[in-house]
Design a protein around this ligand. Structure first.
Ligand SMILES: NC(=O)c1ccc[n+]([C@@H]2O[C@H](COP(=O)([O-])OP(=O)(O)OC[C@H]3O[C@@H](n4cnc5c(N)ncnc54)[C@H](O)[C@@H]3O)[C@@H](O)[C@H]2O)c1
Length: 355
């Protein structure tokens, strides 16, 4: 088991990662002061483990899926905590994927102006990314993560034991964020490229999870509140990915991150931000995980990017573009220009004219 620490002005977050992390850390949370938030799939799969670890603790079970990241479910969690007699010394345990982690973290930041939260991520995506760093949110008015708060988890327990039940598609979603880290970190990119045929093996995923968490922890320590610039880089692929996710909604978050990265790589090449060779190396990784679609109405879908939190106004779109291994660059395009590139990329995909 490895341990990482995030020390920021709002406190310290300890991350325990590796085989045995759950068995050694979860029983240390005083079970008489625990409130659990999980989802219907995780609750069904891990009922026995939840009962033996937290036996008798009150819980709220969300319907599984992104559709639950809304204000109705947020207030249901808060009501359930109130009904269960939760106090300021209650620890909220968020046991699930990124949806559970995001909404439960927000509930923890609101209840009595804040109770401690322990994140126990059960999807690959949540283990390598969303459970670490304290960003919490719900979707609102059709915009992803637009209402939220920073709430550093007191502890994050990352155990590969949960990945044994994860469907292959959810593993692909996690690889979406992992490949994003490849574009942000040359060492991660080298490992990914050297293990292209092996990306879903348990050993590889366990090892790369350490690297992604170490990278994210360092970024969060440097820029907890997403103010100085370095945390923005973690949004690579997300501007277009979020816009497509909200407009089409048929795939999952991690899949749209990969599709968004592909479309934004096209823009980076067009603008000369990155070389065709570097774009080809990243596209090869993306295509080893997912088929990139073209969309007849891609530029309409891309309009949703005007609500992205990185933008300073809705007429301009801020993008994080890959430049070279481990280096990316923020660039702002007019909304029309950005949507034009997205249309052009979609046509190039349909005509098989780009990578
Ligand atoms: N806060 C952040 O920094 C951050 C970063 C990246 C993504 N996110 C958010 O994370 C969310 C996506 O997370 P996700 O991909 O984990 O989605 P998710 O939470 O919806 O989980 C995906 C599916 O896997 C199921 N599942 C969870 N654990 C399982 C297990 N061990 N075995 C079998 N099935 C299991 C869930 O029930 C769900 O059906 C999005 O809402 C995204 O916005 C947040």
């Amino acid at each position: 088991m490895k341990e990482y620490n995030i020390t920021v002005s709002s406190g310290q977050s300890n991350i325990f990662c590796g085989e045995g992390a759950f068995a050694s850390r979860a029983p240390l949370i005083p079970r008489e002061r625990v409130f659990i938030v999980t989802d219907s799939n995780v609750s069904a799969l891990y009922r026995a483990l939840i009962d033996s670890t937290f036996g008798g603790a009150p819980a709220y079970v969300l319907p599984a899926g992104e559709g639950s990241k809304n204000r109705t479910q947020l207030f249901k969690i808060l009501s359930a905590m109130f009904d269960a007699g939760a106090t300021r010394s209650t620890t909220l345990v968020a046991l699930g994927g990124g949806v559970v982690g995001d909404i439960a973290g927000l509930a923890a930041s609101l209840y009595m102006r804040g109770v401690p939260v322990v994140q126990i991520p059960t999807t690959l995506l949540a283990q390598v990314d969303s459970s670490v760093g304290g960003k919490t949110a719900i979707d609102f008015r059709g915009i992803k993560n637009i209402v939220g708060a920073f709430c550093q988890p007191r502890e994050v327990i990352v155990d590969p034991l949960f990945l044994k039940t994860l469907p292959a598609r959810e593993v692909r979603c996690g690889l979406g964020e992992i490949i994003k880290y490849g574009a942000l970190n040359g060492d991660i990119l080298r490992k990914l490229s050297a293990n292209m045929k092996n990306l879903t093996s348990q050993d590889f995923l366990s090892d790369i999870t350490f690297d992604c968490i170490a990278h994210k922890a360092a970024v969060v320590c440097a820029d907890e509140r997403d103010l100085g610039g370095s945390r923005k880089t973690l949004n690579l692929g997300h501007t277009t990915g979020h816009a497509f996710e909200l407009y089409y909604g048929r795939k999952s978050h991690g899949e749209y991150v990969l599709i968004g990265m592909y479309y934004e790589l096209f823009i980076a090449c067009k603008l000369g931000v990155c070389s065709p060779e570097y774009a080809a190396a990243l596209v090869k990784l993306i295509k080893s995980v997912i088929r990139v679609p073209s969309y007849a109405d891609a530029s309409t879908a891309a309009r949703g990017a005007k609500h992205d939190k990185k933008n300073s106004d809705t007429a301009n779109i801020s993008l994080i573009l890959p430049q070279s291994p481990g280096v990316c660059r923020e660039l702002t395009l007019g909304a029309d220009e950005y949507c034009g590139y997205i249309r052009e990329c979609s046509r190039a995909v349909a005509a098989k004219e780009w990578l």
